[in-house]
Design a protein around this ligand. Structure first.
Ligand SMILES: NC(=O)c1ccc[n+]([C@@H]2O[C@H](COP(=O)([O-])OP(=O)(O)OC[C@H]3O[C@@H](n4cnc5c(N)ncnc54)[C@H](O)[C@@H]3O)[C@@H](O)[C@H]2O)c1
Length: 442
């Protein structure tokens, strides 16, 4: 959507790291996280522990396929240090054999929640849709890690179900909360960069990801590097410029995971935007494990004014901080450090607190669900629903929180990318006439 420049300047930066709550709590949420893998460990659980400590979150439960990842989370020494005394309830129980699988337990866990609490969806990409639907069916708000779902039609249905019930669905596109992205959005929409014309983005995750649980699900038929991480920069270009993508082609490079499964381990994508601008995107699972990185990422958008060039360049890898350690506890003795994404740092309270846009994003989404409950709290059901729908529309229009209604271009791009990569990079076209749809270019 090419939104008009706002008449009132938008704030150029995200909320500060001031530990006081940005919005007075009007209630708390029980939180159930479905999925106990890497993203739950690195970002979601520590953020939610902090929100619990601030009074936004009540009980926390985590449901995984088996007990093994839950045990790892429960015994993580970093959490004991940062969040002393805080725990979560595991499903299945920690004493279940680690190799016993509970593929349908998430449904029981969600069904046992009182309505209008929060389900955080952190399962593999292709499994988001059934978990989100199970949550909405049981009247729960949802925060889903990206990509929301793999098909546009699924996102439309999810949006309709949620709106029908006055429930919040947020997509955890945390790069939106990076101050550099918020600043660029504000300035772009005030015309400071003219028009985006040609650019490149890159996000290459470490090689060791191939040895993780990824090898069990990150296979050709389920996902690929463009879908998994390229989507962050597609969303960011849309977030900054408001331009809609109209054509996508993605070429994948296949390889074998250590367990023999075959997946796309690298990809190069090209996205054409509605003003004719082109973005190339390089993604992969292959940054050297001991590289300073600890991954490689960034964005460069060349733009044009009436008679001049303009540029937005974000080095998202090296953020000006490097550490050389006396040990290798972080995997290598020398690392670039990103205090911007997620760090646990000393604060005025007990333990450590999370800082960075990874935390800001979770906080903003949790607060949105609480606000939504709050606006209807003292009204009869019909009035409550209409007030809640108004607030949902405000979230959609403001466009800072990613919702199904304001981030649907990502599902269109993902759908197009999946078609393209499975056909060796053939071009897929996104058509916005009538109901948006994706087709191969003839
Ligand atoms: N930068 C980011 O935004 C970012 C980074 C990493 C992952 N992610 C997203 O997060 C999601 C999960 O990724 P990850 O890296 O944590 O993967 P992971 O493989 O480490 O973990 C997946 C988790 O899902 C659980 N799971 C699978 N099936 C389940 C079921 N039926 N019931 C309950 N739990 C089930 C597994 O037990 C596991 O704990 C993916 O969609 C991924 O794209 C986003």
């Amino acid at each position: 959507m090419n939104e008009p420049s706002p008449t009132k300047p938008r704030p150029a930066v995200a909320p500060s790291v001031d530990p006081r709550p940005a919005v007075a709590p009007s209630g708390t949420l029980q939180v159930v996280i479905i999925g106990g893998g890497m993203i739950t460990h690195d970002q979601l659980l520590p953020s939610i522990y902090h929100l619990q400590r601030l009074g936004y979150v009540d009980a926390i439960r985590i449901c995984a396929l088996n007990s093994a990842p839950l045990r790892a989370l429960a015994e993580e020494p970093k959490f004991a240090e940062a969040f002393p005394g805080q725990t979560f309830q595991p499903s299945p129980a920690l004493d279940e054999p680690p190799d016993k699988m509970f593929p349908a337990l998430f449904k029981e866990v969600i069904a046992a929640m009182p309505p209008r609490n929060l389900v955080v969806v952190a399962v593999p990409d292709h499994f988001h849709d059934p978990v989100i639907r199970a949550a909405l069916e049981r009247d729960q708000h949802v925060l889903a890690v990206k990509p929301l779902v793999l098909k546009y039609a699924q996102s439309v249905e999810i949006e309709q179900i949620a709106r029908g019930k006055g429930l919040f669905v947020g997509v955890e596109y945390h790069k939106r909360f990076d101050r550099r992205a918020l600043d660029a959005r504000g300035l772009y929409r005030r015309g400071r960069f003219g028009q985006f014309r040609c650019g490149e983005a890159k996000l290459v995750e470490p090689y060791y990801y191939r040895h993780s649980n990824f090898q069990n699900w990150f296979t050709r038929e389920n996902s690929d590097p463009f879908t998994y991480i390229g989507c962050h920069y597609v969303d960011l270009v849309y977030f900054i410029t408001g331009l809609r993508p109209v054509e996508v082609s993605v070429r994948g490079v296949e390889g074998e995971f250590p367990n023999g499964n075959v997946g796309f381990l690298w990809s190069i994508g090209q996205v054409v935007w509605e003003n004719g601008a082109v973005l190339s995107l390089l993604n992969g699972l292959g940054y050297p494990d001991e590289g300073a990185g600890t991954n490689d990422q960034g964005l460069c958008l060349f733009c044009e004014g009436a008679d001049c060039g303009a540029i937005i360049r974000h080095d998202d890898q090296f953020r000006g901080v490097s550490h050389g350690y006396v040990d290798k506890l972080s995997g290598a003795a020398f690392r670039y450090v990103s205090p911007d994404y997620f760090r646990l740092v000393p604060w005025e309270g007990e333990g450590l607190r999370p800082v960075g846009y990874g935390y800001d994003s979770v906080e903003a989404n949790v607060q949105a669900a609480i606000r939504l409950n709050g606006v209807g709290a003292r009204h009869p059901p019909d009035k409550a629903l209409s007030l809640r729908r108004q607030l949902l529309e405000e979230f959609d229009k403001r466009g800072i929180l990613a919702t199904p209604a304001n981030s649907f271009i990502n599902e269109l791009v993902t759908e197009a990318a999946r078609l393209s990569i499975l056909q060796s990079g053939r071009h897929a076209v996104i058509d916005y006439a009538g109901s948006p749809s994706v087709r191969m270019r003839t």
